[in-house]
Ligand binder design. Structure first.
Ligand SMILES: Nc1ncnc2c1ncn2[C@@H]1O[C@H](COP(=O)(O)OP(=O)(O)OP(=O)(O)O)[C@@H](O)[C@H]1O
Length: 236
C-alpha cells in the first residue's frame, strides 16, 4: 500500500491517538506556586478520564492547556504528533476546531438560533460552506440525544435539553477528543445522569478520548480512570 493511502483504521481528523504531557508548569502573576505542575501524564486514545480536585486545585487550568485555550507556559503537551506548546494561538484554535468537542457547564449556546443551528454553528464559523451531510449528521445527533423539536429556539429549552444540544454540538465534527468541564453541575440529578450517560455512550461509540472535570460523584464512579489534582499537582 502506498504510504499515503488512507487506512480504514486511521484515526479521524488527522488525529491524536495519545496525550503525552511532560514537565508542564503554569504560573500566573501574583501566585508564588505554579497553578499547575505536572511532571508526566499519559492518556491513551479512547480512554475515559475524570479530573477531580478541590476549588483552586488547577482543573480549569489543566483543561485550558489540554484544549489549547491557553498556551503552555513551560514543558510539552503533545496530542498525537501535535505539540500544543509550539503552536500560535491561531494554530491552536484551528487544531481545537478540528479535534476537540467541548462541553461546558453553562452550555455556551447561542440564543436566537434553533437547536439544529446551534449544532451546525461551529462548522459554519469554520468554513463558508457547510460540508455535505453536515445537516443530516446534526439532525441524527440531535435525535440520538433525544431532541425531537430541532427547530425550537434554544432559549426556550430546559437546561437539561440545552446540555444535550451542547453534547450533540461537541460530537458534530467527530472529534478525537471530547472535553467536558463540569457538564452536569448546573443540572438537576435526572438531567445530569442523562447527560453523563450520553457523554459516555457517544464517546465510547466514536472511540474518542473523553476528559471530564467534575465534582459529580455519580459521574466519576462511571469513569474508568480518575486524576486527582491538589494544589496544582497530580496525586497518585
Ligand atoms: N488568569 C489567572 N491569573 C491569576 N491566577 C489565576 C488565573 N487563573 C487561575 N489562577 C489561579 O490558579 C489556581 C488554579 O485555578 P483553577 O481555576 O485552575 O482551579 P479549579 O480547580 O478549576 O477551581 P474551581 O473548581 O473553583 O473552578 C487558583 O489559585 C487560581 O486563583
Amino acid at each position: 500500500m502506498p504510504p499515503d493511502t488512507p487506512r480504514s483504521d486511521a484515526p479521524r481528523s488527522g488525529a491524536p491517538r495519545f496525550l503525552r504531557l511532560r514537565a508542564v508548569e503554569q504560573r500566573f502573576p501574583g501566585l508564588d506556586m505554579p497553578a499547575l505542575a505536572i511532571a508526566a501524564l499519559d492518556i491513551a486514545a479512547g480512554e475515559q478520564v475524570a479530573v477531580m480536585g478541590p476549588s483552586g486545585s488547577g482543573k480549569t487550568t489543566l483543561i485550558n492547556l489540554l484544549t489549547g485555550l491557553e498556551r503552555v507556559g513551560q514543558g510539552s503537551l503533545i496530542w498525537g504528533d501535535t505539540d500544543l506548546a509550539t503552536l500560535s494561538e491561531g494554530a491552536r484554535d484551528r487544531w481545537r476546531a478540528a479535534n476537540v468537542g467541548l462541553v461546558m457547564q453553562d452550555f455556551h449556546l447561542f440564543p436566537g438560533l434553533s437547536a439544529l443551528e446551534n449544532v451546525l454553528l461551529p462548522q459554519r464559523l469554520a468554513r463558508l460552506v457547510l460540508p455535505a451531510g453536515a445537516q443530516a449528521e446534526a439532525g441524527r445527533l440531535l435525535a440520538r440525544v433525544g431532541i425531537e423539536r430541532q427547530g425550537q429556539a434554544i432559549e426556550t429549552m430546559s437546561r437539561g435539553q440545552m446540555q444535550r444540544v451542547a453534547v450533540a454540538r461537541a460530537l458534530a465534527v467527530r472529534p478525537a477528543i471530547i472535553v467536558a468541564d463540569e457538564p452536569t453541575a448546573s443540572l438537576d440529578a435526572d438531567s445530569g445522569a442523562a447527560v453523563a450517560q450520553l457523554l459516555l455512550e457517544l464517546a465510547g461509540e466514536s472511540g474518542a478520548t473523553l476528559l471530564v472535570a467534575t465534582h459529580d460523584a455519580a459521574l466519576v464512579a462511571r469513569l474508568p480512570r480518575v486524576l486527582r489534582l491538589e494544589s496544582g499537582r497530580l496525586k497518585d
